[in-house]
Design a protein around this ligand. Structure first.
Ligand code: MLT
Length: 332
């Protein structure tokens, strides 16, 4: 085949999508546990766009939603080994592997998403002094999806008494488990991917996650009541494998950090809009939104009394003191 024919054939194949575009120098496989209708995915798409722009295509980001590469905790382990490059995950699912991130999870530490944003942005640098050693990962930016709300299929929960006896799933970490225990429950720790079928089959009566998740995961099909328990904000770092990061030239490391921070700002904005829309939609879909518990002070008192006992779960007393100071200054 002469050169002209080869060029025409290549152009035709390329137009059909049969030929790969020029290969990137690096591939960053980015896993997350939510589906494509969730703000996490929308932020992931922004992150991909920014990384590819700021690196002139030298890093290609491939997004794998819905736990396709494994559960959130399995993928975090793979990042430590360097066999997967990136992940966005709920802080509560990272904390057993990287305890220091747990300082974002002290119940009732934040009264607004703005406070949480200030804290998480201020923590990025100090966390990146610790996480590479602790868990073989580092943070590029922090997503946020609003306060986690309690949903259940059985009854309106307006008081701690109403909560008693419900079978509630929590994410697999001591902070969520002990907090629900302080409210008199025996919560059920369960991987995220198992939650919808467990609700559907009645293995559990309820769970807690942001409003947007009740829409994207179609919880309205199997849940009736929502209570704004305000105890935790869904914070979620974009993390990369430290092995992958250290293998990059400095300009690409900088590009990743810039993309992570900007994608987080975008995701937080999208999330606020989606949360407002989700609340209206859930009412239209027949869910009963009860607002905050009438006796919220009791919930707070029980959970906040646990703070000192969480130190070992979240990086040790010295780190908790240092991080608390950083967060307080950032919020002030
Ligand atoms: C969980 O409850 O495990 C997480 O909040 C799910 C998620 O990452 O959206």
């Amino acid at each position: 085949m002469n050169i002209l024919k080869t060029a025409i054939a290549a152009a035709a194949l390329s137009a059909l999508g049969a030929l790969p575009t020029l290969a990137a120098d690096y591939t960053l496989r980015l896993s997350h546990g939510d589906n494509e209708n969730n703000p996490t995915h929308m932020g992931a798409v922004k992150f991909k766009e920014l990384v590819e722009e700021y690196t002139d295509g030298r890093i290609e980001v491939q997004i794998f939603p819905s736990n396709q590469l494994g559960s959130e905790q399995e993928v975090a382990q793979a990042l430590r080994m360097g066999s997967i490059e990136g992940e966005i995950l709920y802080t509560g699912n990272l904390v057993p592997l990287a305890p220091s991130v747990g300082v974002m999870m002290l119940p009732y530490a934040f009264t607004s998403t703005e406070e949480a944003h200030a804290a998480m942005d201020a923590l990025k640098g100090p966390l990146n002094e610790r996480l590479p050693k602790e868990a073989g990962v580092r943070v590029l930016g922090y997503f946020e999806k609003g306060f986690r709300v309690l949903t259940n299929s059985e009854r309106e929960v307006k008081t701690l008494d109403d909560l008693q006896g419900l079978k509630i799933r929590v994410s697999k970490n001591n902070i969520a488990i002990k907090t629900f225990q302080s409210w008199g429950l025996d919560p059920i720790p369960m991987a995220w991917a198992e939650v919808f079928p467990a609700l559907q089959q009645g293995v559990i009566d309820g769970q807690e996650n942001p409003y947007t998740t009740a829409i994207s995961s179609k919880f309205f099909e199997v849940q009736k009541y929502i209570t704004e328990i305000h105890y935790l904000i869904w914070s979620g770092p974009i993390i990369v494998s430290e092995r992958f990061y250290q293998g990059l030239p400095e300009d690409l490391q900088e590009a990743l950090n810039r993309a992570g921070e900007e994608a987080a700002l975008h995701e937080r904005q999208v999330s606020a809009e989606e949360t407002a829309a989700a609340k209206e939609e859930l009412v239209e879909l027949g869910m009963v939104l009860s607002g905050a518990p009438e006796d919220e002070a009791k919930w707070q008192e029980a959970a906040k009394a646990l703070w000192p006992s969480f130190a070992d779960d979240i990086g040790g007393a010295e780190w908790v003191e240092q991080a608390s100071k950083i967060m307080e200054e950032a919020i002030a």
